[in-house]
Design a protein around this ligand. Structure first.
Ligand code: ATP
Ligand code: MG
Ligand code: MG
Ligand code: MG
Length: 439
């Protein structure tokens, strides 16, 4: 992409309405624009990152054997009356009437709708296990939408639902989701710690939230500092292997880590004192096992091996896709701007031409652009006729992991400069070598 032709409406001023750094930086970098309270338009740069996050989620869901699908945002209230949640859900649910006077709602989550699909199409235990998921917009009429996309009213969520014959199988699905989420967050450059949590209006006994530690987080968390040493890395996982997934669940949840809702002072006091931490975190996902809470009232049964009907055991599993942008920026920025982890960066590298219009500099930039593109990378070429300082500031603000700086002086010696956004370190090298380093 050439910056002169892109739509990147960066702001010079710090927007006064933004209280936290990720919100400020997303506005300044021209990623989002508020449409109304808690509702945002995603401008090209923000949308690109959103799509990269979605892509990672899809890849990891596929790896775990889960099937992508899409359900509508607007639902009829009838199903929610059947499950008993229509009245219970409260004011967070946006209720709408259509022209025929029928009660509709904008989906805050989709347990009812997915269970309805399941009961219509699955009738035998032979079709289990089954996990279906979607990445779809949700609406929750939050009392206090704030912090930009972190607590929006309209937000993008991955929500997945497992259907199993027995509690044991459903607990395997729970573990499998935990494992796949660990990988998902790590690929985004995040440490998200699974913590025992409270189930809220989804219901159920077993639930973990995934928290990214950050001072601006809305949850209070209590944990053994040793949990922050755990990394998932590049493990070979057989997602059908119950024992392997259970072992990973055990490894990542045996140390004390809880949100304030389930915090237990007596248990916490058993953690060695120098490892006890009280901090704040951002909830970027949650997994639930809730048994037959929805399959019972909605009649989602299958014929078991003995021919008798069995209510399926279910769980639901969510990732805050749009919230993740905020969480990643909270975890990865400096006073100049965003520092995107390689896994989610909107462009792989920036090319800064120090002297636009200089025949040699222009040609070298074009050549770099072509070589990077040929490698399947996506560079952002700042080809505007602007001062170098302004170009550097823009690149630092939007946080691409690498910058290649090209100018007549360096080219005389046959070199360009490769700079890491994270470390700030620069190195001079021939253009071909810079390309090689990025490939
Ligand atoms: P919170 O405690 O922050 O209100 P929640 O527990 O109500 O979130 P879940 O029902 O667990 O949310 O939804 C799954 C994920 O969706 C959450 O873990 C979070 O990352 C994301 N999410 C929930 N509410 C919002 C929101 N208002 N804006 C952006 N993301 C959200
Ligand atoms: Mg909530
Ligand atoms: Mg919560
Ligand atoms: Mg939650």
């Amino acid at each position: 992409m050439r910056l002169s032709r892109y739509f990147l409406p960066v702001l010079k001023e710090t927007p006064a309405e933004a209280q936290i750094v990720s919100h400020r930086l997303m506005l300044r970098a021209g990623m989002i624009k508020q449409a109304s309270a808690g509702i945002y338009s995603w401008l090209p740069l923000g949308f690109k990152v959103l799509r990269r996050i979605e892509q990672i989620v899809h890849e990891e869901q596929a790896r775990a054997g889960h099937h992508a699908m899409l359900m509508p945002t607007l639902q009829s209230a009838d199903l929610w009356r059947e499950s008993g949640r229509y009245d219970a859900y409260g004011e967070e649910m946006l209720r709408i009437k259509d022209r025929g006077g029928r009660d509709m709602l904008y989906t805050p989550t989709a347990e009812e709708l997915i269970t309805d699909i399941f009961r219509a199409h699955v009738s035998s235990y032979r079709d289990l296990p089954l996990t279906l998921y979607q990445i779809q917009w949700k609406f929750r009429d939050e009392i206090r939408p704030r912090f930009g996309v972190m607590r929006g009213r309209e937000f993008l969520m991955k929500d997945g639902y497992n259907f199993d014959l027995s509690k044991e199988d459903a607990l395997h699905a729970y573990n499998r989701h935990l494992v796949s989420y660990l990988r998902t967050y790590e690929r985004m450059g995040l440490q998200a710690i699974p913590m025992r949590a409270d189930s809220g209006p989804i219901g159920g006994d077993d639930t973990h939230e995934f928290l990214v530690l950050a001072e601006t987080g809305e949850s209070e968390v209590f944990y053994d500092s040793a949990v922050t040493d755990l990394t998932f890395g590049d493990r070979d996982i057989d997602y059908d292997d119950h024992a392997q997934c259970a072992a990973i669940m055990e490894e990542f949840t045996k140390l004390y880590a809880r949100t304030d809702e389930t915090h237990d002072e007596a248990l916490f006091n058993q953690v060695p004192e120098d490892r006890r931490r009280v901090a704040r975190g951002i909830e970027v996902g949650q997994i639930f096992y809730f048994g037959t809470k929805y399959s019972d009232p909605l009649g989602a049964t299958v014929q078991g091996p003995d021919g008798k009907p069995v209510a399926v055991h279910m769980g639901s599993h969510g990732i805050g896709v749009s919230r993740l942008l905020g969480a990643i920026i909270e975890a990865s920025h400096d006073d100049k701007g965003i520092i995107w982890p390689e896994g989610v960066t909107p462009f792989h590298a920036g090319i800064v031409n120090l002297k636009q219009g200089d025949a040699e500099a222009d040609a070298a930039c074009e050549a770099l652009y072509a070589s990077l593109t040929a490698l399947g990378l996506e560079p952002l070429y700042d080809d505007r006729d602007e001062r170098a300082g302004g170009k550097f500031a823009t690149m630092d603000l939007i946080g691409l992991p690498w910058r290649i700086t090209v100018g007549p002086r360096g080219l005389k010696n046959g070199v360009v400069e490769l700079t890491s956004r994270r470390t700030g370190e620069s190195e001079e090298m021939p253009p071909e070598q810079a390309v090689e380093r990025l490939s």
